[in-house]
Write a protein that binds this ligand. Structure first.
Ligand code: 5GP
Ligand code: MN
Length: 346
Protein backbone atom coordinates (compact mmCIF):
# COMPACT_ATOMS: atom_id res chain seq x y z
CA UNK A 1 0.00 0.00 0.00
CA UNK A 2 2.82 2.43 0.81
CA UNK A 3 5.80 2.52 -1.55
CA UNK A 4 8.03 3.45 1.38
CA UNK A 5 7.28 0.46 3.62
CA UNK A 6 10.25 -1.50 2.31
CA UNK A 7 12.46 1.54 2.93
CA UNK A 8 11.10 1.71 6.47
CA UNK A 9 11.74 -2.00 6.92
CA UNK A 10 15.38 -1.44 5.96
CA UNK A 11 15.71 1.56 8.28
CA UNK A 12 14.32 -0.48 11.19
CA UNK A 13 16.30 -3.64 10.45
CA UNK A 14 18.69 -3.00 13.36
CA UNK A 15 18.21 -1.37 16.78
CA UNK A 16 18.03 2.41 16.39
CA UNK A 17 17.93 5.59 18.45
CA UNK A 18 14.55 7.03 17.56
CA UNK A 19 13.06 10.48 18.09
CA UNK A 20 9.32 10.97 17.59
CA UNK A 21 7.65 14.35 17.54
CA UNK A 22 4.26 15.80 16.69
CA UNK A 23 2.57 19.17 16.32
CA UNK A 24 2.26 22.10 18.74
CA UNK A 25 -0.50 21.55 21.34
CA UNK A 26 -0.89 17.87 20.47
CA UNK A 27 -4.43 16.56 20.12
CA UNK A 28 -5.55 12.95 20.56
CA UNK A 29 -4.41 11.97 17.07
CA UNK A 30 -1.03 13.63 17.43
CA UNK A 31 -0.30 12.11 20.84
CA UNK A 32 -2.12 8.80 20.25
CA UNK A 33 -0.31 8.06 17.01
CA UNK A 34 3.05 9.09 18.52
CA UNK A 35 2.65 6.93 21.62
CA UNK A 36 1.32 3.89 19.77
CA UNK A 37 4.20 4.16 17.29
CA UNK A 38 6.65 4.52 20.19
CA UNK A 39 5.24 1.40 21.90
CA UNK A 40 5.55 -0.54 18.67
CA UNK A 41 9.14 0.54 18.05
CA UNK A 42 10.12 -0.32 21.63
CA UNK A 43 8.64 -3.80 21.18
CA UNK A 44 10.90 -4.12 18.14
CA UNK A 45 13.96 -3.37 20.25
CA UNK A 46 14.58 0.29 19.47
CA UNK A 47 15.35 3.13 21.93
CA UNK A 48 12.58 5.64 21.57
CA UNK A 49 11.78 9.11 22.95
CA UNK A 50 8.61 11.07 22.22
CA UNK A 51 9.11 14.85 22.41
CA UNK A 52 6.17 17.23 22.11
CA UNK A 53 6.82 20.88 21.17
CA UNK A 54 4.39 22.07 23.87
CA UNK A 55 2.19 20.75 26.63
CA UNK A 56 -1.13 19.07 25.87
CA UNK A 57 -4.56 18.70 27.49
CA UNK A 58 -4.86 16.71 30.72
CA UNK A 59 -7.62 14.60 29.15
CA UNK A 60 -4.89 12.90 27.08
CA UNK A 61 -2.57 11.97 29.92
CA UNK A 62 -3.93 8.42 30.32
CA UNK A 63 -2.30 7.06 27.18
CA UNK A 64 0.23 4.25 27.42
CA UNK A 65 3.71 5.77 27.51
CA UNK A 66 2.47 9.22 28.57
CA UNK A 67 4.80 9.30 31.59
CA UNK A 68 7.85 9.08 29.33
CA UNK A 69 6.92 11.97 27.05
CA UNK A 70 9.43 14.84 27.08
CA UNK A 71 7.62 18.16 26.81
CA UNK A 72 9.97 20.65 25.18
CA UNK A 73 10.40 23.80 27.26
CA UNK A 74 12.94 26.07 25.53
CA UNK A 75 14.11 27.59 28.83
CA UNK A 76 14.32 24.33 30.74
CA UNK A 77 15.34 21.35 28.66
CA UNK A 78 16.73 22.83 25.44
CA UNK A 79 20.04 21.01 25.73
CA UNK A 80 18.45 17.63 26.53
CA UNK A 81 16.09 17.94 23.57
CA UNK A 82 18.80 19.11 21.18
CA UNK A 83 20.90 16.10 22.18
CA UNK A 84 17.95 13.78 21.55
CA UNK A 85 17.43 15.33 18.10
CA UNK A 86 21.10 15.16 17.16
CA UNK A 87 21.73 11.64 18.48
CA UNK A 88 18.73 10.13 16.71
CA UNK A 89 19.32 7.76 13.80
CA UNK A 90 15.67 8.20 12.84
CA UNK A 91 13.32 11.12 13.43
CA UNK A 92 9.60 10.46 12.97
CA UNK A 93 7.39 13.50 12.38
CA UNK A 94 3.78 12.59 13.02
CA UNK A 95 0.54 14.44 12.27
CA UNK A 96 1.97 17.68 10.92
CA UNK A 97 2.94 18.87 7.47
CA UNK A 98 5.47 21.65 7.93
CA UNK A 99 8.30 22.22 10.40
CA UNK A 100 6.80 25.56 11.45
CA UNK A 101 4.16 23.52 13.31
CA UNK A 102 6.72 22.35 15.89
CA UNK A 103 7.99 25.80 16.86
CA UNK A 104 11.69 26.05 17.77
CA UNK A 105 12.05 22.29 17.37
CA UNK A 106 11.50 22.74 13.64
CA UNK A 107 14.96 24.11 12.93
CA UNK A 108 16.62 21.47 15.13
CA UNK A 109 14.83 18.73 13.22
CA UNK A 110 15.61 20.35 9.85
CA UNK A 111 19.34 20.34 10.66
CA UNK A 112 19.41 16.95 12.38
CA UNK A 113 21.83 14.42 10.86
CA UNK A 114 19.41 11.45 11.18
CA UNK A 115 16.91 10.18 8.62
CA UNK A 116 13.58 12.02 8.74
CA UNK A 117 10.34 10.16 8.20
CA UNK A 118 7.01 11.97 7.83
CA UNK A 119 3.77 10.16 8.68
CA UNK A 120 0.85 12.53 8.19
CA UNK A 121 -2.58 13.17 6.68
CA UNK A 122 -2.55 16.96 6.20
CA UNK A 123 -2.72 18.55 2.78
CA UNK A 124 0.38 19.90 1.02
CA UNK A 125 3.26 18.57 3.13
CA UNK A 126 6.45 20.60 3.13
CA UNK A 127 9.28 18.67 1.53
CA UNK A 128 11.62 18.18 4.49
CA UNK A 129 11.51 14.41 5.06
CA UNK A 130 13.72 11.72 3.53
CA UNK A 131 10.91 9.17 3.59
CA UNK A 132 7.29 10.20 3.46
CA UNK A 133 3.98 8.54 4.30
CA UNK A 134 1.62 11.37 3.47
CA UNK A 135 -1.98 10.52 2.75
CA UNK A 136 -4.52 13.38 2.98
CA UNK A 137 -7.33 10.91 2.34
CA UNK A 138 -6.59 9.17 5.65
CA UNK A 139 -8.96 10.09 8.47
CA UNK A 140 -6.18 10.30 11.05
CA UNK A 141 -2.46 9.76 11.44
CA UNK A 142 -3.47 6.94 13.80
CA UNK A 143 -5.07 5.22 10.80
CA UNK A 144 -1.74 5.45 8.96
CA UNK A 145 0.17 4.08 11.96
CA UNK A 146 -2.18 1.10 12.09
CA UNK A 147 -1.71 0.54 8.34
CA UNK A 148 2.06 0.80 8.55
CA UNK A 149 2.30 -1.64 11.48
CA UNK A 150 0.06 -4.03 9.53
CA UNK A 151 2.13 -3.58 6.35
CA UNK A 152 5.25 -4.39 8.38
CA UNK A 153 3.56 -7.68 9.32
CA UNK A 154 3.24 -6.83 13.00
CA UNK A 155 -0.46 -6.30 13.65
CA UNK A 156 -0.23 -8.92 16.38
CA UNK A 157 1.98 -6.56 18.39
CA UNK A 158 -0.86 -4.04 18.80
CA UNK A 159 -1.84 -4.39 22.46
CA UNK A 160 -4.71 -2.77 24.35
CA UNK A 161 -2.74 0.36 25.29
CA UNK A 162 -1.59 0.95 21.72
CA UNK A 163 -5.09 0.17 20.43
CA UNK A 164 -6.72 2.69 22.76
CA UNK A 165 -4.25 5.41 21.76
CA UNK A 166 -4.95 4.72 18.08
CA UNK A 167 -8.69 4.57 18.71
CA UNK A 168 -8.58 7.96 20.47
CA UNK A 169 -6.83 9.49 17.45
CA UNK A 170 -9.29 8.10 14.93
CA UNK A 171 -12.33 8.85 17.10
CA UNK A 172 -11.43 12.51 17.59
CA UNK A 173 -10.16 13.25 14.07
CA UNK A 174 -13.38 11.82 12.57
CA UNK A 175 -15.53 13.83 15.02
CA UNK A 176 -16.65 10.52 16.57
CA UNK A 177 -17.09 8.80 13.21
CA UNK A 178 -19.22 11.40 11.48
CA UNK A 179 -16.91 13.35 9.17
CA UNK A 180 -16.82 12.28 5.51
CA UNK A 181 -13.31 10.90 6.15
CA UNK A 182 -14.94 8.03 8.09
CA UNK A 183 -14.34 5.42 5.41
CA UNK A 184 -15.15 1.74 5.33
CA UNK A 185 -11.48 1.19 6.09
CA UNK A 186 -11.79 3.26 9.27
CA UNK A 187 -14.56 1.02 10.56
CA UNK A 188 -12.63 -2.10 9.58
CA UNK A 189 -9.61 -0.83 11.51
CA UNK A 190 -11.77 -0.22 14.58
CA UNK A 191 -13.02 -3.79 14.28
CA UNK A 192 -9.39 -4.93 14.29
CA UNK A 193 -8.62 -2.76 17.32
CA UNK A 194 -11.52 -4.41 19.15
CA UNK A 195 -9.61 -7.66 18.76
CA UNK A 196 -6.92 -6.02 20.89
CA UNK A 197 -9.59 -5.59 23.62
CA UNK A 198 -9.80 -1.82 23.54
CA UNK A 199 -12.42 -0.29 25.81
CA UNK A 200 -14.30 2.13 23.51
CA UNK A 201 -16.63 3.55 26.15
CA UNK A 202 -13.82 4.27 28.51
CA UNK A 203 -11.70 6.06 25.86
CA UNK A 204 -14.71 8.18 24.93
CA UNK A 205 -15.37 9.07 28.57
CA UNK A 206 -11.74 9.89 29.32
CA UNK A 207 -11.64 12.33 26.40
CA UNK A 208 -15.08 13.90 26.30
CA UNK A 209 -16.46 13.57 29.82
CA UNK A 210 -13.54 14.62 31.97
CA UNK A 211 -13.92 18.39 32.01
CA UNK A 212 -13.89 20.63 35.05
CA UNK A 213 -17.03 22.40 36.20
CA UNK A 214 -15.55 25.78 35.33
CA UNK A 215 -14.84 24.64 31.78
CA UNK A 216 -18.53 23.85 31.31
CA UNK A 217 -19.46 27.28 32.69
CA UNK A 218 -16.95 28.84 30.27
CA UNK A 219 -18.71 27.03 27.43
CA UNK A 220 -22.08 28.31 28.65
CA UNK A 221 -20.79 31.88 28.77
CA UNK A 222 -19.23 31.67 25.30
CA UNK A 223 -22.36 30.25 23.69
CA UNK A 224 -24.63 32.77 25.38
CA UNK A 225 -22.56 35.94 24.97
CA UNK A 226 -19.78 35.43 22.46
CA UNK A 227 -21.22 33.72 19.41
CA UNK A 228 -21.70 35.92 16.33
CA UNK A 229 -23.80 34.63 13.45
CA UNK A 230 -23.56 36.34 10.05
CA UNK A 231 -26.47 34.85 8.15
CA UNK A 232 -25.67 36.67 4.91
CA UNK A 233 -22.39 34.72 4.77
CA UNK A 234 -23.57 31.45 6.39
CA UNK A 235 -20.79 32.10 8.88
CA UNK A 236 -20.55 31.92 12.66
CA UNK A 237 -17.58 32.86 14.79
CA UNK A 238 -16.39 33.25 18.38
CA UNK A 239 -13.60 35.52 19.62
CA UNK A 240 -12.13 34.89 23.09
CA UNK A 241 -10.02 37.48 24.92
CA UNK A 242 -7.13 36.82 27.25
CA UNK A 243 -9.19 38.21 30.13
CA UNK A 244 -11.94 35.67 29.47
CA UNK A 245 -9.39 32.86 29.44
CA UNK A 246 -8.14 34.09 32.81
CA UNK A 247 -11.63 34.56 34.27
CA UNK A 248 -12.47 30.95 33.52
CA UNK A 249 -9.04 29.57 34.52
CA UNK A 250 -8.61 28.22 31.03
CA UNK A 251 -6.17 25.35 30.64
CA UNK A 252 -4.65 23.74 27.58
CA UNK A 253 -7.47 22.00 25.71
CA UNK A 254 -10.31 23.99 27.27
CA UNK A 255 -11.07 25.82 24.02
CA UNK A 256 -10.95 22.66 21.92
CA UNK A 257 -14.27 21.88 20.27
CA UNK A 258 -15.72 25.41 20.63
CA UNK A 259 -15.61 25.81 16.87
CA UNK A 260 -17.86 22.80 16.39
CA UNK A 261 -20.66 24.52 18.30
CA UNK A 262 -20.52 27.42 15.84
CA UNK A 263 -20.63 24.96 12.96
CA UNK A 264 -23.56 23.04 14.45
CA UNK A 265 -26.04 25.84 13.65
CA UNK A 266 -28.35 24.96 10.79
CA UNK A 267 -27.19 26.47 7.49
CA UNK A 268 -23.75 27.51 8.74
CA UNK A 269 -21.04 26.70 6.20
CA UNK A 270 -18.02 28.42 7.76
CA UNK A 271 -17.15 28.58 11.46
CA UNK A 272 -14.19 30.22 13.12
CA UNK A 273 -12.83 30.58 16.64
CA UNK A 274 -10.24 33.23 17.49
CA UNK A 275 -8.33 32.88 20.74
CA UNK A 276 -6.09 35.67 21.99
CA UNK A 277 -3.06 33.83 23.37
CA UNK A 278 -1.14 37.05 24.03
CA UNK A 279 1.82 36.20 21.82
CA UNK A 280 -0.55 35.75 18.86
CA UNK A 281 -4.16 35.07 17.97
CA UNK A 282 -4.70 31.37 17.30
CA UNK A 283 -7.51 30.54 14.89
CA UNK A 284 -9.53 27.40 14.18
CA UNK A 285 -11.64 27.10 11.04
CA UNK A 286 -14.24 24.49 10.15
CA UNK A 287 -16.52 24.18 7.14
CA UNK A 288 -19.08 21.86 5.64
CA UNK A 289 -19.17 20.90 1.97
CA UNK A 290 -17.07 22.42 -0.78
CA UNK A 291 -15.69 25.47 1.01
CA UNK A 292 -11.99 24.79 1.66
CA UNK A 293 -10.85 26.19 4.98
CA UNK A 294 -7.45 24.71 4.26
CA UNK A 295 -7.08 27.15 1.32
CA UNK A 296 -8.73 29.96 3.28
CA UNK A 297 -6.35 29.70 6.24
CA UNK A 298 -3.31 29.21 4.01
CA UNK A 299 -4.17 32.26 1.90
CA UNK A 300 -5.09 34.65 4.71
CA UNK A 301 -3.93 33.40 8.11
CA UNK A 302 -0.57 31.70 7.57
CA UNK A 303 -2.12 28.31 8.27
CA UNK A 304 -3.40 25.15 6.65
CA UNK A 305 -4.75 21.73 7.54
CA UNK A 306 -7.59 19.79 5.98
CA UNK A 307 -10.33 20.74 3.53
CA UNK A 308 -13.00 21.07 6.27
CA UNK A 309 -10.81 21.62 9.36
CA UNK A 310 -7.85 23.96 9.50
CA UNK A 311 -6.06 26.44 11.68
CA UNK A 312 -4.00 29.57 11.39
CA UNK A 313 -2.40 32.37 13.31
CA UNK A 314 -2.47 36.17 13.32
CA UNK A 315 -0.04 38.64 14.84
CA UNK A 316 -2.56 41.47 14.78
CA UNK A 317 -4.77 42.23 17.79
CA UNK A 318 -7.86 40.10 18.39
CA UNK A 319 -10.18 42.86 17.15
CA UNK A 320 -8.09 43.58 14.07
CA UNK A 321 -7.95 39.86 13.26
CA UNK A 322 -11.70 39.47 13.53
CA UNK A 323 -12.25 42.64 11.45
CA UNK A 324 -9.95 41.32 8.75
CA UNK A 325 -11.80 37.98 8.77
CA UNK A 326 -15.20 39.65 8.46
CA UNK A 327 -13.81 41.94 5.74
CA UNK A 328 -12.76 38.90 3.69
CA UNK A 329 -16.20 37.33 3.68
CA UNK A 330 -17.81 39.38 0.87
CA UNK A 331 -15.31 38.02 -1.64
CA UNK A 332 -16.38 34.49 -0.67
CA UNK A 333 -20.07 35.23 -0.40
CA UNK A 334 -21.06 33.43 -3.61
CA UNK A 335 -19.26 30.27 -2.47
CA UNK A 336 -20.55 30.47 1.09
CA UNK A 337 -24.12 30.96 0.03
CA UNK A 338 -24.14 28.38 -2.75
CA UNK A 339 -22.51 25.56 -0.78
CA UNK A 340 -25.22 22.94 -0.41
CA UNK A 341 -25.65 21.96 3.20
CA UNK A 342 -27.20 18.61 4.07
CA UNK A 343 -30.87 19.14 4.94
CA UNK A 344 -31.58 19.17 8.63
CA UNK A 345 -33.95 16.36 9.61
CA UNK A 346 -37.27 17.69 10.91
P1 5GP B 1 -7.46 22.88 15.26
O1 5GP B 1 -8.47 23.87 14.83
O2 5GP B 1 -8.11 21.65 15.81
O3 5GP B 1 -6.36 23.44 16.09
O4 5GP B 1 -6.75 22.42 13.92
C1 5GP B 1 -7.45 21.91 12.83
C2 5GP B 1 -6.49 21.31 11.84
O5 5GP B 1 -5.68 22.32 11.25
C3 5GP B 1 -5.53 20.32 12.47
O6 5GP B 1 -5.37 19.26 11.58
C4 5GP B 1 -4.26 21.10 12.65
O7 5GP B 1 -3.14 20.27 12.55
C5 5GP B 1 -4.30 22.12 11.51
N1 5GP B 1 -3.75 23.39 11.97
C6 5GP B 1 -4.10 24.08 13.08
N2 5GP B 1 -3.39 25.22 13.20
C7 5GP B 1 -2.56 25.27 12.13
C8 5GP B 1 -1.56 26.20 11.71
O8 5GP B 1 -1.29 27.25 12.32
N3 5GP B 1 -0.89 25.88 10.55
C9 5GP B 1 -1.16 24.76 9.84
N4 5GP B 1 -0.46 24.51 8.71
N5 5GP B 1 -2.09 23.85 10.22
C10 5GP B 1 -2.79 24.10 11.35
MN1 MN C 1 -4.61 14.23 12.77
Amino acid sequence: MFPSVSELQTLLAQPRQIFITTHHKPDADALGSSLAWASYLKKKGHSVTVVTPSDYPAFLNWMQGNEEVVVYEPRQNDRQVRDLVNRADLLFCLDFNCLGRINELGEYVRRAPGTKVLIDHHQRPENFADVSFSDPTAAATAELIFEIIRALGDQDLIDQGMGEALYAGIMTDTGSFRHPSTSRNVHLIIAELLNAHIDLASVHRRIYDSHSEIRLRFLGYILKDKLTVLREFNTAYIAVTQQELRDYESKTGDTEGLVNYALSIEGIVLAAVFIDRGSAVKISFRSVGDFSVSDFSRNHFDGGGHHNASGGVSNESLDATVDRFVGLLPQYQAQLVSTPVAPVPV
